[in-house]
Write a protein that binds this ligand. Structure first.
Ligand SMILES: [Mg+2]
Length: 277
């Protein structure tokens, strides 16, 4: 087998890239920096199965519906949450039901997720819960190093922007995103990770090797490859009872990740590699 690990680290180099030019770095939030929303699938999947059961006359079994939902939720992860809700509406319609507006399902999902994340958020805000275990290991230190090197950092998340800003603040990472914090909007067509990336490229007239995208979802990795940017996939471990995204590492590689890391524990070595020509 080909040895792809960098100097006996857990850093995997999958493609030869042009190093030494990076000036801007875009981060995904959930699963890349934040673990606050870890376990969200445990809320979204049962809600959708329930909607399909109560809003249609389907005779499909609970297991069949669950497997359908797990499949499309998983496929759409990394895009704004609304896209998962649009698909739910379509599935309800396909089964003869009259779906509500996707935004109504999204509001309901946020309402149900709230108690799960609120405990963590309240604990962080009150100072009774330390931030460190709710950050992907060494992500803060990695960001700090980048800022010391005067590299511009941006946050782009499929979670609603007001939540992202608040949670980034509570995790102590917000101040490091000098380039801005971006997230999902109610007018969902006005935001996508691709739009953020394209704007940075246009504003600074960047070539691909000057831009680095870091994320744990195939969406941002594909977005990076579409513009020729360098893509680092974070194969972080997720806690959900459906075993969703269990093949995260393989998925990120398929999406075109140049480099795979499990987290930022070997961040210094990764920076050495990325910033030396
Ligand atoms: Mg993510």
């Amino acid at each position: 087998m080909q040895n792809i690990s960098l100097d006996n680290t857990a850093i995997e180099i999958h493609r030869k890239i042009q190093t030494g030019n990076i000036r801007h770095v875009v981060f995904d939030f959930d699963g890349t920096i934040s673990l606050i929303r870890d376990g969200w699938q445990n809320v979204m999947v049962p809600m959708m199965v329930e909607c399909l059961q109560t809003e249609t006359n389907t005779t499909e079994t609970q297991e069949a519906l669950e497997s359908l939902v797990v499949d499309f939720v998983d496929k759409l992860t990394g895009k704004q949450t609304i896209y998962q809700m649009i698909q739910l509406s379509e599935e309800i319609e396909k089964r003869g039901g009259t779906p509500k507006a996707p935004l109504a399902y999204k509001d309901e999902y946020n309402r149900r997720l709230l108690p799960v994340v609120e405990e963590r958020i309240a604990g962080l805000a009150a100072g009774t819960l330390p931030a460190d275990p709710l950050r992907v290991p060494m992500s803060l230190e990695f960001l700090q190093s980048l800022r010391k090197m005067e590299i511009s950092c941006y946050l782009a998340s499929g979670t609603d922007v007001e939540f992202v800003k608040n949670e980034a603040e509570l995790l102590g990472v917000a101040e490091h995103f000098d380039g801005g914090i971006f997230g999902a909007l109610r007018e969902y067509k006005k935001f996508s990770k691709a739009i953020v990336i394209q704007k940075i490229i246009a504003d600074f007239q960047l070539s691909g090797s000057e831009l680095l995208i870091i994320g744990d979802g195939y969406v941002e990795i594909e977005n990076a490859k579409e513009v020729g940017a360098i893509a680092v996939g974070v194969a972080s471990v997720e806690d959900n009872m459906y075993n969703m995204n269990a093949d995260k590492r393989e998925r990120l590689i398929r999406a075109g990740a140049d480099i795979i890391i499990p987290d930022f524990r070997e961040g210094k070595l990764l920076l050495d590699y990325l910033f030396n020509p």
